[in-house]
Design a protein around this ligand. Structure first.
Ligand code: PMP
Length: 670
């Protein structure tokens, strides 16, 4: 692991140094799941950091990733995949990679090791001990000891329940066949798609004639590794490399129970309760705010526009941070850069680059919550004929569906998937190991699976396992088994899953287009405007609230007169106060400057309620998502509604019609 090369500004040098010193003092030689970890953070990485993985920038400004089947220790257990070369167009990443000495060398340089970033971990997380029970299980298995607990277990812990007493013999799931993955989900939606079966079979008496699946139910229904099934981890690693490339030697994957779980665990990794402030977009996903707050985080907003977070504001906030007034300088950023919730924005490549560089400069960890990454859209095209033609051309670019997953053109499929509309993730630019990326199966498979994965450096991954051991224990093995079956070459393969996501993306794009068509048809643009979203499931609608006859802009009281307005948590429609305890009501007049507050919040609450009661339509008010700068009036930024196009077309059209009428009536009545 490399030491951190960037000068730490004096203001936060002490806290970083202190955290590093604490880390060295705490980490003892430990036995973690059978792997010896040394006291120095450098040796904390399981497995060899550089073996067999190379990242090459070629003359086309593309990244060529060569990976070996043997990655970090936890990924080594895979037997499913052999060495392959993944070649993915990524002009934006190449800039980063070229500037990195290790990756710019040729031929076949080793991937850079991640930096030593352990000082970002909280004191408690650094001290977390591995499960002694799991370590003993490993010893039991390796030394083939007799266990008095009896029974057999492939994962080696013989005090587990006996598999002959699991009351499930055979599980069958029906899925769309690979042959149906032609970029159009219609045949699946109408029930006409060809299907095939996934089998999960229990071995043992009475099961001899059953069809076999890729996983044995005895193993699936048993406790498992806290990082998930090795096969599944290996598949996710392969998927990551096809979609994001691989930029650090110790790139690791931790299986989570979806992004809510991933986000919560990552806050737990980095947020020192009641000390840390987390940077985030001006509007963000309320549940993540609640999750961070429950871990003792404060949030500080970075200005956003229709293209996402604004890099210059991030730089200004970090370089101007006053630790005396605001507490410790932020070292964690929570961001939804793609298909942002609620704004729907997809950041352009240059912003990713700029923000990544700012985070390097200020030593900030990037938590990339990216549930909508697969759902990136081409720009909105209002002309229906052109739209249809564009769609047909896009579909034609995908390599033809092969007869079996093993024969699929993985690189060809990944190239089309990555290049269509596509920005590349923070993970694909991460040469330091400072990105913790959080993915989920919720939006492209089914939220009820409660399955996702976190991608990060191996030190952070190992600490996530420690958190998992005492919370979720093991992500649902049944969910993992089903997904591992989909992703196996017996069924879709990893490439087939990319094909599925591509088809789902085009379907949501069509829904986005339809919602925008309806908006143009039913809602007057003097009252509501929007910038077509670049991905995800949400369209952010701006209400021209300043045109309302009762709109008021009032100078704020002077600093000495300013009183915090008490939050009324009971009376409607001050909805949002519950999720945003930082809504201050009124800001303060800055010294020497004239500042104003507005009644936007009250008017938007009124309109929101009117839409429900008179129009029968529900939208999400911006107040639910707004992160407020302490002491700064941001009421004038509450004039947005989040509308989703995830529903069916009939609902979208009726809802837009009702919304258009309600908005006009409400403005007209004054
Ligand atoms: N993060 C964001 C930005 C989301 O929009 C959502 C779902 N609404 C989640 C996380 C939660 O996803 P999951 O179902 O994987 O927990």
């Amino acid at each position: 692991m490399r030491s951190h090369p960037h000068a730490i500004p004096t203001s936060d040098a002490s806290s970083c140094q202190q955290r590093r010193a604490e880390w060295r003092a705490i980490a003892p030689t430990q036995l973690l799941s059978g792997v010896i970890f040394q006291a120095r953070a450098r040796s904390f990485i399981p497995g060899s950091a550089t073996e067999g993985n190379n990242c090459i920038v070629d003359s086309d400004a593309r990244l060529t990733f060569q990976r070996s089947a043997s990655g970090p220790e936890h990924n080594k257990q895979s037997t499913l995949y052999n060495t392959r070369t993944t070649r993915i167009a990524d002009p934006s990443s190449s800039r980063q990679a070229q500037s990195h000495p290790a990756s710019a060398m040729s031929p076949a340089p080793a991937l850079p090791e991640s930096l030593d970033l352990a000082h970002h971990l909280t004191k408690r997380i650094r001290a977390a001990q591995p499960s002694a029970m799991k370590a003993m299980g490993k010893t039991l298995m390796e030394k083939k000891l007799l266990s008095l607990a009896g029974g057999e277990s492939k994962s080696g812990s013989d005090w587990m329940p006996h598999p002959s007493l699991f009351p499930m013999q055979h599980a069958t799931f029906t899925m769309p066949s690979l042959s149906s993955l032609d970029g159009d989900v219609e045949s699946w939606q109408t029930g006409e798609a060809p299907t095939e079966l996934i089998h999960l079979k229990k071995t043992g008496p009475g099961t001899e004639n059953d069809e076999e699946g890729i996983l044995d139910l005895n193993q699936v229904l048993q406790y498992g590794l806290s990082n998930g099934f090795p096969q599944f981890v290996s598949q996710l690693t392969e998927l990551n490399e096809l979609v994001h490339g691989k930029t650090i030697a110790d790139a690791s994957v931790y299986v989570s129970c979806g992004n809510t779980d991933g986000v919560s665990k990552v806050f737990q990794l980095f947020v020192e309760p009641d000390v840390d402030t987390v940077l985030t977009e001006e509007y963000t996903f309320g549940s993540s705010l609640n999750s961070g707050r429950s871990r003792g985080a404060k949030f500080y907003p970075i200005k956003t526009d229709s293209s996402g977070m604004i890099p210059s504001d991030l730089e200004a906030v970090l370089s101007g941070w006053d630790e005396g007034a605001r507490g410790r300088k932020p070292h964690l950023m929570y961001t939804i850069p793609c298909g942002q919730n609620p704004t729907g924005s997809v950041m352009p490549s240059e912003r990713y680059d700029e923000i990544y560089a700012i985070c390097q400069k200020h030593d900030v960890i990037i938590m990339e919550d990216d549930p909508y990454f697969a759902l990136q859209f081409a720009p909105y095209e209002p002309d229906l004929e052109v739209r249809e033609r564009n769609l047909a051309e896009a579909r034609a670019k995908m390599p033809p569906v092969p007869s079996s997953a093993a024969q699929d053109d993985a690189l060809g499929v990944a190239k089309v998937f990555n290049e269509y509309a596509g920005v590349r993730s923070y993970l694909s630019r991460d040469v330091d190991g400072r990105v913790v990326r959080i993915d989920t199966f919720s939006k492209v498979f089914g939220p009820g699976m409660r399955m996702g994965w976190v991608s990060c450096n191996s030190v952070f991954m190992e600490r996530l396992m420690r958190i998992g051991e005492t919370s979720t224990q093991v992500p649902s093995n049944l969910g993992q088994a089903v997904l591992a079956s989909y992703l196996s070459d017996d069924h879709w393969g990893i490439t087939g899953f990319i094909r599925w996501q591509w088809a789902v993306r085009l379907e949501y794009q069509a829904k986005r287009d339809f919602l925008l068509d309806c908006l143009a048809k039913y809602v007057p643009d003097e009252l509501v405007t929007t910038t077509p979203c670049g991905g995800g499931m949400f369209q952010f609608l701006e209400v021209a609230i300043a045109n309302h006859p009762r709109f008021a802009r009032t100078p704020l009281p002077s600093e000495t007169d300013a009183v915090a307005v008490p939050l009324d948590l009971t009376s409607e429609p001050r909805l949002g106060a519950e999720t945003n305890p930082e809504v201050p009501g009124l800001g303060k007049k800055s010294a020497g400057g004239v500042e104003y507050t507005t009644n936007t919040g009250e008017l938007m609450d009124e309109l929101w309620k009117y839409c429900i009661e008179e129009g029968g339509v529900l939208l999400m008010p911006a107040k639910l998502f707004q992160v407020v700068k302490p002491g700064v009036d941001q009421t004038h930024r509450l004039n947005f509604f989040r509308a989703t196009f995830a529903g069916d077309k009939d609902t979208i059209e009726k809802a837009m019609q009702a919304f258009g009428k309600a908005v006009q009536d409400w403005f007209n009545k004054g």
